[in-house]
Design a protein around this ligand. Sequence first.
Ligand SMILES: Cc1cc2nc3c(=O)[nH]c(=O)nc-3n(C[C@H](O)[C@H](O)[C@H](O)COP(=O)(O)OP(=O)(O)OC[C@H]3O[C@@H](n4cnc5c(N)ncnc54)[C@H](O)[C@@H]3O)c2cc1C
Length: 395
Amino acid sequence: MERVLIVGAGAGGTMLANALDPRRFEVTVIGASADHLFQPGLLYVAFRGASARRLARPERQLLRRSVRFVQEAVTRIDLNRHSLTTAAQQQFDYDTVVIATGVVTDRAQIPGLAAWGERIGDYHSTVAEAQKLWRALAAFRGGTIALGQSTPLIKCPPSPIEGILLTDALLRRRGRRAQSKLVFLTPYPRAYPAEAMNAILEPVLRARGIEIRTVFDVDQVDAASGAIRSLEGDTLACDLPILIPPFAGAAITYEPAGVVDNDRLLKTDKTTLRVQGVEHAFALGDATNLPTSKAGVGAHLEAKVIARQLNGEAAAFSGRTHCPVDLADGRGTFVIGSYAAAVVPCRPTRMRHWMKMAMARIYWISLRGWLEPMFDWYFARTAPEKLAGGATARP
Ligand SMILES: Cc1cc2nc3c(=O)[nH]c(=O)nc-3n(C[C@H](O)[C@H](O)[C@H](O)COP(=O)(O)OP(=O)(O)OC[C@H]3O[C@@H](n4cnc5c(N)ncnc54)[C@H](O)[C@@H]3O)c2cc1C
């Protein structure tokens, strides 16, 4: 049997492990954490004070019984020798390796951010950090809140806009909006990078009285005052700087070292998902340098492509994105695009908000692959190539 080693037990690694036929493959998943976190839920922990009770489940329970799960952090992968080493010095050999280690936040890249992160948390790291942010927001009595991504590389591109809209909704609910100024920061020239969706989302921000600062690349945060300085030379005074930290790939040493870029992301062929220049190695999800959104949807579709290739079928990743956006007023929308089709405009509706909320419930069974016929139908129906040409997306 072919030995497939999957490194990383998140959305993509788990889906792939469950998609492989146990009669053909001996599958081992090595994951650093015993628990699997539903990361989109961090938004609601941080901005609504939601309970984190249902956000994590033991990884072992999410995998087919035939899949071996090893809870260990991988420290070294020798792609030439088909072998890897864990922090506990265990060694594993493989016929094919799939790297699905996601990304981690790295506050140290921005001077002053670590001190603020320590104090107020963030909503892209852990449950504890999201709970810390909730407490900081709960203690906020008025003043200026600036929220945005500190670097262009980000997990879940709509999450900055969702964060500022949920902050606005929270302050309104608490009767503190009149005493507060909200500033949305972005390194891009518009509030949402893709123009078709910016045309929909930017007016929503403006209608809620949110100031938008574009082309603002965060350089440093004043550890005492919270003022944010940009690389472009602007300074923004603020009381609560909610900055999404920079991200980086897992701290793994590779042989050959050149398979990762400066952000420690795997250099991955954008359609075959093979690690460039190496035989029998694939990468998927956030861990890659693919020119598409870092989102669970991408990890899901990439896992399907790798599973088909391992089965000997011809399969190529289309670069499909389908990221939900919560407008914090009961409506939702999606950012839908692919390598071949630019992002299409997608009108906010209540139904689309409901679909985002429903994902929190069906996520756990979707990891098992039981909903694939439904997803295949849905993604085919909403393919951006079909919707391109000005049509407003209709799921
Ligand atoms: C606030 C927020 C909202 C989001 N909303 C959405 C949304 O609405 N829709 C959507 O599609 N996506 C959303 N995402 C993004 C989505 O959660 C991620 O893109 C997705 O989880 C990526 O899957 P992955 O398998 O690539 O990585 P992950 O799910 O992050 O999994 C990586 C795994 O690798 C493990 N690992 C890391 N290093 C090592 C190592 N050295 N050894 C062993 N194991 C290791 C980790 O422990 C983890 O289990 C959101 C993310 C956030 C933070």
